[in-house]
Design a protein around this ligand. Structure first.
Ligand code: CMC
Length: 433
């Protein structure tokens, strides 16, 4: 389905202002969402809209992901996230997001094989990693490494070179992520092993050493694959919008994705999974008072927030958190791990969901509330949590970038502002100030 296929409507809204009125057309999406088209607003009235954080502004038409935040619905290309989580795999979902339909068996085989055969990084990357401090957080390392890929693949942009860039990015991201971790702990890099599936290959590059045999546990590999599926896209969130904004200047795919990684790193976005575990550790260290912490999160004079709770779009339970909560139980049971942090998280959730503040603010657990607990059980170090989110979100960023580039409506992103600074004044010589 093309991003332009919105339902036609003759309905409109009338804007009345001092000195005139303007008819603004409406646009209706395939799920009935209505938007007011304001493209003529400034030209006809001289006025603009003001919407900090863009909570009321649509930036594009998109046929990739649908979210109904009130009902807690998330669908990729029309497929419900719960069904994909149960029946699909990450690479199949990546194809679905990027090419629009579920792949045939042979399409998936060719796609998987291309990805398996582009996993190696150029050997010069060793010097790149060596140049960075040992305690570097892996998120900026990944952002820098992805930007650096642009220096290795400088082909003129065509459909073929773009497709090569897509394959290279998906193939090399786990290698970059694992190398950034190996660098931080001073262990040698483990080369990718192309006979392994995507998640198993990543786990092996993370945890194998040249000194010992490493067998990938299929329970761990399946859990990683599920986490990647759940993170694969989430329409126009902060990092995806960043990827689109950067790409709208015709910057290349690698540069745009690198900027998206920077945006995802923030604690209010992808960085929240790390913050959740750190919050749980803090509560445990302070004696485990879940009620006390919930009180602090409500107190406007206290900076604490209940990390992993709340969402700009979901005003209901995040469907990804629901799947992850169940998966947490299954994975921990299969691994034979009892997690005090999972128990504490469930207690926090129970208290918050009965609390007037959280009910009235419509704050529910989001994807990050339980993902950190699974990552921890899988042995993924805390500062790699957001990197896991990055690997998962990559196909979504790519699909959104390609859609933006192919959309004839795309213009360079350039918002306006309401200026609130000083009006014209004369320059005062330095000696007179
Ligand atoms: N704990 C306590 N109060 C909260 C929380 C929270 N986690 N989240 C929002 N609020 C309150 C906030 O104080 C405000 O209250 P009031 O209206 O009384 O001043 C109200 O709810 C609205 O909050 P907001 O910050 O204006 O809402 P937003 O839509 O701008 O922010 C959010 C959304 C996700 C940044 C925010 O809920 C938050 O900071 N949550 C914690 C961080 C987190 O878990 N982030 C991960 C998001 S999911 C992964 C992803 O896609 O990035």
């Amino acid at each position: 389905m093309s991003p332009q296929s919105t339902n036609s409507t003759t309905a409109s809204v009338q804007l009345t202002y001092d000195g005139g009125s303007l008819t603004l057309p409406l646009v209706v999406g395939s799920e009935g969402e209505v938007g007011i088209v304001i493209e003529q607003l400034r030209g006809k009235t001289g006025m603009i809209t003001l919407d900090p954080g863009f909570g009321n502004s649509g930036s594009c038409r998109s046929a990739i992901t649908f979210i109904d935040g009130e009902k807690g619905i998330l669908r990729y290309r029309g497929y419900d996230i719960a069904e994909l989580a149960e029946k699909s795999t990450f690479l199949e979902v990546a194809w679905l997001l990027i090419y629009g339909e579920l792949p045939t068996r042979s399409e998936l085989d060719v796609f998987s094989s291309s990805i398996r055969h582009h996993t190696l990084l150029h050997e010069s990357f060793r010097r790149f990693f060596e140049a960075l401090p040992k305690d570097a957080h892996p998120m900026p390392v990944c952002a820098a490494a992805v930007a650096a890929l642009a220096t290795f693949y400088q082909d003129v942009e065509t459909e073929q070179t773009l497709n090569d860039a897509v394959i290279r990015l998906i193939a090399k991201m786990p290698t970059i992520a694992a190398y950034s971790y190996k660098h931080s702990i001073g262990q040698p890099f483990v080369y990718p092993q192309n006979r392994l599936d995507y998640a198993s290959n990543f786990l092996r590059m993370m945890f194998a050493t040249p000194a010992e045999e490493y067998e990938v546990d299929p329970v761990l590999a399946r859990a990683v694959d599920l986490l990647l599926v759940l993170h694969a896209d989430h329409e126009q969130n902060c990092s995806t919008s960043t990827v689109r904004v950067v790409g709208s200047s015709r910057a290349n795919l690698f540069a745009s994705i690198s900027a998206g990684i920077g945006a995802l790193w923030g604690p209010l976005h992808g960085g929240a999974n790390q913050q959740v575990i750190e919050m749980l550790e803090r509560i445990e260290a302070e004696g485990g008072g879940a009620e006390k912490f919930v009180d602090r999160a409500k107190d406007k004079k206290d900076n604490s927030r209940l990390m992993g709770f709340g969402h700009r779009v979901y005003k209901n339970y995040d469907p990804r958190a629901r799947i992850l909560k169940r998966s947490c139980d299954e994975v921990l049971a299969k691994l034979g791990i009892r997690s005090r942090q999972l128990e504490l998280a469930m207690k926090l959730e129970e208290i918050a969901l009965k609390d007037d503040y959280f009910i009235s603010h419509k704050l529910y657990p989001n994807v990050d509330f339980y993902s950190g607990i699974i990552y921890k059980a899988l042995g993924i170090p805390v500062n790699m949590f957001t990197v896991m989110f990055t690997i998962g979100r990559l196909p979504g960023w790519i699909a959104q970038w390609l859609e933006m580039r192919r959309d004839p409506e795309t213009r360079i992103t350039r918002p306006r502002q309401i200026y609130t600074g000083a009006t014209l004044r004369s320059y005062l010589e330095i000696g007179k100030r």
